[in-house]
Design a protein around this ligand. Structure first.
Ligand code: ADP
Length: 281
């Protein structure tokens, strides 16, 4: 019994350490764009799994950080990729000096801690990996640890959040219907110009007039989407341009570096974007 008590104490210490590690200490700046804060709040109260849908660089990650802080929950983020296995999420036995020791994966840790588990770019993960969240995202709220022969009930505060970029959608890269249907979805897109400029000015530390100009360039860039561009300039790219301008780089060059060259290799498109920038400067 002593050994079991010691083991339990050890687990409690270990969880307390992790709780501190994943807690968000100060408020991440997030400028609401619509009803997303209220919607997420209500979904969290119902412990509904949530999908944040929208193009890359439009504020999904920042939003989830802000919401975790607001709700006082630790946040565990996993960037999904195609080589990710179910064990990377759930955990595995590893060999150490004392023999084989179980190591929780990030999903398991979130289930134990009652964290918000944010699976970023979930579409990148193989479908057999995605399926491990099924029993956590319906009313069972359990995680089977098959290799440990154990079924872990989720902490009452645990929630799954995924991000999903509909632009990438293809037959090969899509979520299973049975996965999608478990989630409520909140749509994200680039904020309206005045709000986006407010965000860019604040995040890059530039004047509002310069931010307004970057947003005008972005709008032109977004109009080229589909004409050879997969995505126009995202809010993140505008902030990058702004950061260079704040360091003294001339606006035309900052825009080349942050908003043109990263997204196209095509000379014609590059010229079109360069002309769009010149027209706004
Ligand atoms: P995503 O997760 O959608 O790819 P991010 O959340 O990383 O995008 O957003 C990129 C950057 O844009 C953030 O680091 C943040 O600086 C900024 N950003 C975008 N939208 C907002 C917003 N509504 N409020 C505050 N910052 C924002």
């Amino acid at each position: 019994a002593g050994a079991i008590a010691a083991q339990t104490d050890h687990l409690a210490d270990h969880l307390a350490d992790h709780l501190a590690e994943f807690r968000i200490a100060s408020e991440p700046y997030y400028r609401p764009v619509g009803q997303e804060v209220e919607l997420f709040d209500a979904a969290y109260q119902a412990r509904m799994p949530i999908m944040l849908k929208g193009p890359t660089g439009c504020g999904k990650t920042r939003f989830v950080e802000h919401m975790a802080w607001r709700l006082g929950r630790p946040l565990i983020t996993v960037s999904c990729h195609e080589d990710m296995t179910a064990s990377d999420l759930v955990g595995r036995y590893l060999l150490d000096a004392e023999g084989t020791v179980w190591h929780d994966g990030p999903l398991t840790l979130a289930v134990r801690l009652g964290a918000i588990c944010y699976l970023d770019e979930i579409v990148e993960a193989r479908q057999d990996t995605t399926v491990v969240i099924h029993s956590l995202t319906d009313d069972r709220r359990i995680l089977p640890l098959e290799k440990k022969n154990e079924v872990l009930p989720a902490h009452p505060d645990f929630q799954v959040v995924i991000s999903y970029n509909p632009g990438y959608q293809s037959v090969l890269k899509d979520l299973k219907e049975s996965t999608k249907q478990r989630f409520g979805a909140i749509a994200f897109s680039y904020p309206e110009p005045a709000i986006e400029a407010e965000i860019v000015a604040r995040e890059a530390g530039i004047e509002r007039g310069t931010a307004d100009m970057l947003v005008r360039i972005a709008q032109r860039s977004r109009n080229l989407k589909g004409h050879g561009l997969d995505e126009g300039a995202s809010t993140r790219m505008l902030i990058n341009a702004g950061l260079l301008i704040a360091k003294g780089i001339a606006p035309a060059q900052a825009c080349q570096v942050a908003m043109v060259l990263p997204i196209t290799d095509d000379p014609e498109l590059r010229d079109a974007l360069t002309a769009a920038i010149a027209a706004c400067l």
